[in-house]
Design a protein around this ligand. Structure first.
Ligand SMILES: Nc1ncnc2c1ncn2[C@@H]1O[C@H](COP(=O)(O)OP(=O)(O)O)[C@@H](O)[C@H]1O
Ligand SMILES: [Mg+2]
Length: 482
């Protein structure tokens, strides 16, 4: 028996109608719908969607419709759906309008070509069961963002070359060399006494280099016990040794990937590890403890030491090949006593920094106090100068620091000589004498004045008498020293 279908609809037509009613259903039930064309440009939004526009930053529909979706919806994946032709059936989308459950479906023509995509905002009612989950997700997202930002700011270095205070010839030369080193990717070796600013310079070189956006990772070799250094440098595989972290850990080399690795106090590197360090530097590869796997890393190395590396090499305590590997761009950082002219400026910067950190008013030093500081030997260099200023600031009841306060601090700190060096001792330092006579005389004069001020406890009348000059002349000289 041949029957005719009462509804003369073919499959294709049914599908079309079904698609139509499903679309209408979604359009009504969803919180908003958005359509993009094959260029991922927004071509249509429904009325519900319009209420998101102000929160997205577009008060007018025409500022939104007609624009590339990635420009108007932050974090959208619609362009990806167009590109891949694959739906994202359910996802969480967070942007300035909030966090939403969304669905993204590619649209195809008869031949199967992607011609656009439909984005559906599924629920954002507080009463839906998903809301607590969405809130938790949004909160985690915020925490993650905060943590990332925090980490980035910690890795970003504190110092730039402008932080290296000093306009003496010696300071200018150090900064010139540091700037040159920043342009290159070769290893840098910073040589200088403790407290001369080697770490500051290492950070400044990193910050001025192409790698400034990468991490700056420091290891103070003198501060890490020998037995831990290897895993500190190279990391270890899960369960590499008893008590090792179950998950394993990345070493500093790996952490510095794409950035700069600062090896402080390289002269204290135990001999047992020097060969492994050399190999890592030569090959650009490390082998985490207990892993049998080589990991490539790309880090620029800056090493520093306060020890005489050449001497250590001669004594057989430091490998010669490692020394040459590190000593590509050596920079000698001069001690403070070779650039006394910079001391007043340093005092000013350090005093300001101390006041800011302690949240007190600005520190003021009398001219005699500054002159006295300029005359000290400063074996501990800028770090010691800073400590002395900090101590003096703590002692003084007011924000004024006088020579007497300093004298007391210096004596108690065991700083060996408050008075200037006698001439006889200076003769041995030939390098120091081969400078402009004017500078040397001025320096000696400054030292003599500081010594006299110290000896007389800051009494200017007595100091002038001791020096055999008039009080007016002493005042004039004191003015000059600041
Ligand atoms: N030229 C300088 N200008 C300003 N501050 C300096 C200068 N040199 C050193 N400092 C400060 O002195 C302290 C010691 O410097 P640091 O770089 O740690 O010395 P090092 O690594 O040579 O021992 C730090 O607080 C640093 O900021
Ligand atoms: Mg240091």
């Amino acid at each position: 028996m041949a029957t005719t279908d009462p509804l003369p609809l073919d499959g294709q037509r049914i599908l079309e109608l079904a698609a139509r009613s499903m679309f209408d259903m979604f359009a009504n039930a969803s919180e908003g719908m958005l359509l993009v064309d094959r260029e991922a440009r927004v071509v249509w939004i429904n009325d519900q969607y319009k209420r998101f526009l102000p929160a997205l930053g577009f008060p007018r529909v025409e500022d939104f419709v007609g624009h590339p979706v990635s420009e108007v919806v932050h974090n959208t994946q619609m362009d990806r759906v167009i590109r891949t032709g694959k739906p994202i059936l359910i996802d969480l989308l967070s942007n300035r309008a909030g966090t939403f459950v969304v669905s993204r479906i590619p649209l195809r023509d008869e031949t199967g070509q992607v011609i656009g995509a439909l984005g559906i905002v599924l629920f954002d009612h507080p009463e839906t069961t998903l809301q607590p989950l969405i809130e938790k997700f949004a909160a985690l997202h915020r925490d993650l963002d905060d943590a990332r930002r925090e980490l980035a700011s910690q890795r970003r270095t504190k110092y730039t070359l402008a932080s290296f205070v000093g306009s003496s010839d010696a300071a200018v030369e150090v900064k010139r060399q540091a700037r040159r080193a920043a342009m290159s990717s070769s290893p840098v070796l910073l040589l200088g006494e403790t407290g001369t600013g080697k770490e500051l310079l290492a950070q400044a070189i990193h910050a001025a280099s192409k790698r400034a956006d990468g991490p700056m990772v420091s290891v103070n070799i003198a501060a890490v016990p020998d037995t831990l250094l290897e895993s500190e440098f190279f990391g270890f595989a899960p369960g590499a040794f008893t008590g090792a972290d179950r998950k394993g850990r990345d070493g500093k080399f790996k952490l510095a990937d794409g950035g700069t690795l600062f090896l402080d106090e390289i002269g204290d590197m135990p001999q047992s590890l020097q060969a492994k360090l050399l190999r890592a530097l030569q090959e650009g590869e490390i082998e985490p403890l207990g892993s049998n796997k080589l990991i490539r890393f790309d880090a620029r190395v800056i090493a520093a030491t306060s020890r005489d590396l050449g001497q250590l090499v001669r004594e057989g305590k430091f490998r010669e090949d490692l020394y040459y590997r590190l000593n590509v761009l050596p920079i000698r950082v001069p001690p403070l006593r070779e650039r006394r002219d910079d001391i007043p400026a340093l005092v000013e910067v350090l005093a300001e920094d101390i006041a800011t950190r302690n949240q007190t008013g600005p520190l003021e030093l009398s001219p005699e106090a500054v002159a006295m500081l300029a005359a000290q030997p400063w074996r501990g260099n800028t770090r010691e100068l800073r400590n002395v200023l900090e101590q003096a600031a703590m002692r003084s009841d007011s924000r004024h620091i006088e020579a007497v306060h300093l004298e007391q601090v210096l004596r108690e700190a065991g700083i060996e000589r408050v008075a200037p060096l006698p001439l006889g001792q200076r003769v041995g330092q030939r390098g120091d004498l081969l400078r402009s006579l004017g500078d040397q005389v001025a320096e000696l004069e400054q030292q003599a004045i500081a010594a006299a001020m110290t000896a007389t406890g800051g009494n200017k009348v007595a100091a002038a008498k001791l020096l055999g000059i008039s009080r007016a002349k002493l005042y004039e000289r004191l003015e000059l020293t600041v």
